[in-house]
Design a protein around this ligand. Structure first.
Ligand SMILES: *Cc1c(COP(=O)(O)O)cnc(C)c1O
Length: 473
């Protein structure tokens, strides 16, 4: 394996399966040769362990936790299979995600539909399958009432709560409890069961989840008094994870960027969304790649927060016999994926900045974060060409866009770069490989392969009945 790291290093956490694969350079080369570059490589082994960390933390506080994996974080059908086998549910955001999940054997009762906009076809499929629909607004409630009547089955729904707490940022999703109460009062609910309360907040604050739980609990009591059989509160996703082992590297990067007057760290001095030039804290436009409390310890912070009276939130939830639910995407996919891309060329810009061209484009390792702040690993297969001398430079990709970089941080290549080398982006399973991928320029989407036993096999999502096939529905 050859060396590479950021000029200010950000070393990624890995799993043993990743190290085994990266240590076998010719196996990496064989995957790229067979499936093209880039290739997304998934091993869902860590999923059950990650979810169990959440479930065990809740159980230690006397709370029953249901985990519904947010499918939008990774499109592979292998994720649905792994979730099913681990006894978890899924959170789906479209008709295709719902239908594929049911076809993959996920029981309807273990599905929640949180799509931001819901077609009639999606609502019909959800009601038929006995999936829970998270309702966003009064028009959607009317649609569900009509669908339940026409399908002749009960609709199981959760009400999406938009917090009225001034400490919680405003949201376009859900409605205030008062608005829901009046919408329910004028609806014909004979075929609709209100089974839970749902919310999903931006960012990763345990304190904010605790605050909205304190708002949801008395509303659950009121809904029960009004005759609804409310059984759960779902706190959505946004459970934190860390991509980096070392907090010192994370802090050092931002301290150096704050003082980086000559643009040595990033592409042409990119501030990565930092507006205050002297601030040495992380940019709000970048995912917090290092976080103090993740998964289990974070869940304990939520549940040990004070409740309504003298009890903890955990005690309040348990005393009501409520199930707590969550919809983690990224944090349960921690350790499940990496992306391999082969080197196409080495060159420099017209003003002399060294570049490494990869057979990929930036949508293939990108989330909504301003950059993927994890150093790649570097694989040198036996068939690679002659390596260049050491240099510092940037990774670029296939779009005909001047500013298209794969990573916006400058990398150091002490062992140079050879044609045929492979860049390995580690821990891309949550969002990085799939949430923004595009077939622009008619470049095909990357293949997705999943570990099955000892083999890597093409995931069923490639070539599956997909979004286009549901367009008319
Ligand atoms: C995106 C989303 C999730 C998953 O969020 P993560 O940050 O990946 O945990 C869960 N629920 C809803 C409603 C979402 O929109």
């Amino acid at each position: 394996m050859a060396e590479v790291h950021g000029v200010s290093p950000l070393t990624g956490r890995t799993e043993p399966w990743m190290e085994d694969l990266l240590a076998d350079a010719d196996a990496c080369a064989a995957l790229v040769a067979e499936y093209g570059s880039p290739v997304n490589v998934l091993d869902f082994g860590p999923l059950a362990r990650n979810a169990a960390e959440l479930v065990d933390a809740a159980a230690s506080e006397g709370v029953r936790l249901g985990v519904f994996v947010a499918r939008k974080a990774n499109k592979a059908l292998g994720l649905v299979h792994a979730a099913r086998e681990a006894g978890l549910g899924v959170d789906v955001a479209s008709l295709a995600e719902l239908t594929q999940s049911l076809d993959a054997g996920m029981p309807g009762e273990r599905v929640i539909v949180t799509a931001a906009v819901k077609s009639r076809a999606l609502l019909e499929a959800a009601v038929r399958a006995g999936a829970t629909v998270s309702l966003d607004n009064a028009d959607e409630l009317a649609d569900v009432v009509a669908v339940a009547a026409s399908v002749g089955a009960r609709a199981r729904v959760a009400l999406r709560l938009a917090s009225s707490d001034p400490a919680i940022p405003p949201t376009r999703f859900g409605m205030a409890s008062r608005q829901w109460d009046s919408a329910l009062a004028s609806a014909r609910l004979t075929d609709v069961s209100i089974e839970g309360i749902h919310f999903h907040l931006n960012a990763y604050s345990a304190e904010e989840r605790a605050a909205v739980l304190r708002e949801a609990l008395p509303w659950a009591d009121a809904l029960r008094e009004a005759g609804h059989d409310v059984g759960f509160i779902d706190i959505g996703g946004g459970i934190p994870m860390s991509y980096l082992e070392d907090r010192a590297q994370w802090r050092a990067f931002w301290e150096r960027l704050a003082q980086d007057a000559h643009g040595t760290l990033t592409w042409r001095g990119d501030r990565l969304g930092l507006t205050d030039p002297s601030a040495s804290r992380p940019s709000p436009s970048v995912y917090p790649y290092w976080q103090r409390k993740v998964r289990g310890p974070w869940m304990l912070d939520v549940l040990r927060a004070h409740g309504l009276e003298r009890r903890t939130l955990a005690e309040e939830i348990a005393a009501r016999g409520l199930e707590l639910r969550c919809e983690p995407g990224r944090s349960v996919l921690d350790g499940c994926g990496l992306t391999l891309a082969s080197v196409a060329f080495r060159k420099a810009t017209s003003d002399g900045i060294p570049l490494v061209g990869l057979h990929m484009n930036r949508t293939q390792v990108r989330s909504t974060s301003a950059d993927f702040m994890v150093d790649p690993r570097w694989v040198r297969p036996s068939g690679a060409g002659e390596a260049s001398p050491a240099f510092d430079g940037f990774l670029v990709g296939a779009y005909c866009v001047e500013d298209e970089l794969i990573l916006r941080r400058r990398l150091r290549f002490p062992d140079g770069v050879a044609r045929g080398d492979i860049a390995a982006f580690v821990n891309t399973g949550g969002y990085l490989m799939h949430i923004l991928e595009s077939a622009s320029h008619q470049l095909p989407l990357a293949a997705t392969v999943v570990r099955e036993g000892g083999d890597w096999v093409r995931d069923g999502i490639d070539g599956a009945v997909g979004a286009e096939d549901y367009r008319s529905a």
